[in-house]
Design a protein around this ligand. Sequence first.
Ligand code: SF4
Length: 156
Amino acid sequence: MLYGREFHDESIITPIIAKTKASKVLRNVELISNKLKLKGKIDYLVITKFNELIPIEIKWSELEHGAVKRDHKLQLAAYSLMIEENFNKIVKRAIVYYTRIKKLITIPIDENIKNEVKHIMNEISKIVSNEEIPKMAKPKHCINCGFRVYCRQESF
Ligand code: SF4
């Protein structure tokens, strides 16, 4: 269930420890969710001195119009659900650390975003089990997509 190990990279971890009042920080925590049918590796998992669990993602990309990108929020909400399933604890917040600007941003993890992740995973599961070809996104969403080279978009 948990393959994390303690990590001591001061440059990245120091502001995270200070902000979260961490008593323990685990790195590269691999989790499996049977409910979501999902595997994931969290960059860091903080355990605060109040025994709160906080997933942390390190991003080298930029903010989007000064805010956390939607896919980063969804990624962290998915990790939060996986933590809840594996550790039997409610996750209320997650943090993204943008290395270029050295900024930590806290994302509230509420029921709305958790339900959004569940809905998306359900849709993906249906697509896989029915072997459906998923609908393409509008081209404006494809500009920074990592799957662009594999995709059917004739416009690229
Ligand atoms: S390139 Fe393909 S996979 Fe990526 S967002 Fe566009 S339609 Fe979706």
